[in-house]
Design a protein around this ligand. Structure first.
Ligand SMILES: *[C@@H]1O[C@H](CO)[C@@H](O)[C@H](O)[C@H]1NC(C)=O
Length: 140
């Protein structure tokens, strides 16, 4: 019985350790995961963030602004990235733009529906991708 409790305790501790950074705060990527969103929604280089657990208001600082090419798209992340987070959804996004044809427009919402991620893009509409495309963070 005692051994079992010890095992459970050390197991929980491992999970806990893996989930927090040096300051004892979960990383911005862990916040995404806790709302069932893939970490690849944010690029590498996420630093401090603020999260209001009641309203879902989320703001992430990046170590630098970031331009990435993902699949057929050019995406620009301008720090801070803001949004309202809830289970399976990041809405009212600020700071993320995508180039479609020749113009830049805002990515407004990211929503997970089972194994699909749906991006709502201003003036363009919704684009869907397999969530597995977002298992790692784009490199700036
Ligand atoms: C984000 O960056 C701004 C500007 O440098 C700074 O004032 C703010 O404290 C940072 N927020 C967090 C949570 O690190």
């Amino acid at each position: 019985m005692g051994t079992m409790v010890m095992l459970l305790l050390s197991f929980s501790f491992c999970i806990f350790s893996a989930r927090v950074d040096g300051n004892g705060q979960p990383s911005a990527y862990e916040v995404l995961k806790s709302y069932n969103l893939p970490i690849g929604v944010l690029p590498k280089g996420a630093l401090g963030y603020t999260l209001d657990r009641n309203s879902g208001q989320f703001a992430v600082n990046l170590s630098s602004n970031c331009n990435v090419h993902v699949g057929e798209f050019d995406i620009k992340y301008n720090s801070p990235i803001t949004g309202v987070i809830s289970h399976n959804n990041l809405g009212r996004i600020g700071g993320v733009k995508v180039k479609i044809a020749l113009f830049w427009t805002d990515i407004e919402n990211v929503n997970r529906n089972r194994n699909q991620l749906r991006f709502k893009i201003r003036k363009v509409g919704t684009k869907r991708f397999p969530d597995s495309d977002f298992n790692s963070c784009p490199n700036c």
